[in-house]
Design a binder for this molecule. Structure first.
Ligand SMILES: [Mg+2]
Length: 418
């Protein structure tokens, strides 16, 4: 059966935090200065976030101020930049109001980040009419009822809809149908492609890939050699406008054991990220072994500085409760899908939990694994007696370690006596 072409909308709030901050200030004082009309930025918590720009006004953008850059750098570009602290609780109310309004248009809605949502309009568009006209009405309603503006991208899949909403801003609708890819998407710099960060961009430029079109037409084998198999395959598909990902609410957390941590600063290197993973895996391993269960699936989650969530998972050859095996696979996953875009949250989840009784011992389970198991159990018994901190991996002895050696232990390890 031939599949009907999908109609996907991507809704993206323009300068979300800054607009919402402005909406708040105007709601308190109708004569307040509208931050959207001057060079201004929401600067996050200056202390613990190292003062990163979370959102900037359109006038600030004209000075070259970018989201995610250090406040100090932004001030060098634009000395008169008005900086305001964030007000997350109110922003989250604005976000809820937006989703609430969008739910009138389709039940197939996926909130992608605090200020972005995908709508699958395929089965409801006939109720509203032409896609472009419908998007225009949604945009107007948001402006009039919620007092901020959005861009709407319209396409046949999520990737293209997201690319389209990023075209000219603010308060605009754009289409990016498949036939429009060569004209509208391929001339753009490769950095503009979703999922391509600064580090991947540099590596691609070194092999002569500058535009999304260059990427779409490159030799996938060469790309794989430079960027890793999975990541290369993914961005190659994206550059060609291919994306089958359904619009779906985020998966309800699997029954499983997981742990995540918000970092005291953005992390943009593998060594630090892997140390955070180790700390998370440490507590997960302890909990699995304590419950006498094993996991067969490991998922790594990241949230970047812009509140975008990314996750990747893999299924193991056989179930495990070993901290080391979970950790090694988590690191592997991370290298597969992270392009070093700064992240503020890292998490690990395990699922497909089975009890030890039902575990089929793999023929391939070798001596190394038996050794790891014995080591885990020895460490567990020492900790059981003397407390979680009684034994630490050497990599956590550094003074500047970003995480505790067993993240989340106070919450999850209260079974352990101190
Ligand atoms: Mg936005």
């Amino acid at each position: 059966m031939e599949q009907k072409e999908r109609i996907i909308f991507h809704i993206d709030v323009n300068s979300a935090f800054l607009s919402w901050e402005s909406v708040y200030r105007l709601s308190q004082d109708p004569d307040a200065l509208d931050l959207r009309t001057i060079p201004s930025a929401v600067g996050g918590d200056q202390k613990s976030r190292h003062g990163i720009i979370l959102a900037k006004s359109t006038p600030a953008k004209k000075y070259g101020v970018t989201t995610g850059e250090p406040v100090a750098q932004a001030l060098r570009k634009c000395p008169d930049l008005v900086l305001v602290p964030s007000r997350f609780e109110f922003y989250s109310q604005c976000s809820d109001a937006l989703i609430h309004l969008l739910e009138e248009y389709t039940p197939d809605i996926e909130q992608f980040s605090i200020d972005e949502a995908f709508l699958d309009m395929t089965s409801t568009i006939h109720l509203f009419g032409d896609p472009m006209e419908t998007a225009r009405k949604i945009r107007e309603r948001i402006r009039e009822e919620l007092h901020f503006t959005v861009n709407v991208g319209i396409a046949s899949n999520k990737l293209l809809a997201k690319m389209a909403s990023d075209f000219e801003k603010p308060d605009r609708c754009h289409t990016l149908w498949n036939s429009e890819i060569p004209r509208k998407m391929w001339p753009l710099p490769v950095r503009d492609l979703f999922f391509v960060g600064g580090s991947a961009q540099k590596r691609m430029e070194s092999i002569g890939i500058h535009t999304i079109g260059d990427l779409a037409h490159c030799d996938p084998q060469i790309l794989k050699a430079h960027l890793g198999e999975k990541y290369a395959a993914q961005i190659y598909r994206y550059a060609n406008g291919i994306d089958d990902d359904p619009v779906a609410p985020p998966e309800v957390l699997n029954k499983g054991y997981g742990n995540r941590t918000t970092l005291s600063r953005d992390v943009d290197d593998y060594d630090t990220a892997c140390q955070v993973l180790l700390s998370l895996c440490e507590t997960i391993g302890i909990r699995l072994r304590k419950a006498h269960v094993q996991c067969n699936c490991i998922c790594v989650e990241l949230r970047d500085y812009n509140f975008r969530n990314l996750s990747h998972q893999l299924t193991l050859a056989y179930p495990t409760d070993s901290t080391t095996i979970i950790y090694e696979n988590a690191c592997k996953l991370l290298r597969d899908f992270w392009d070093l875009t700064p992240v503020r949250l890292i998490g690990v989840r395990t699922s497909h939990i089975s009890t030890e009784d039902y575990c089929q011992l793999s023929l391939f389970q070798n001596q190394k694994n038996e050794k790891l198991e014995r080591m885990d159990r020895a460490i567990d018994s020492i900790r059981e007696k003397f407390g979680v901190d009684s034994i630490k991996r050497a990599s956590f002895l550094k003074e500047d370690s970003i995480v505790d050696h067993a993240a989340g232990k106070s919450k999850h390890l209260n079974a352990y006596k101190k």
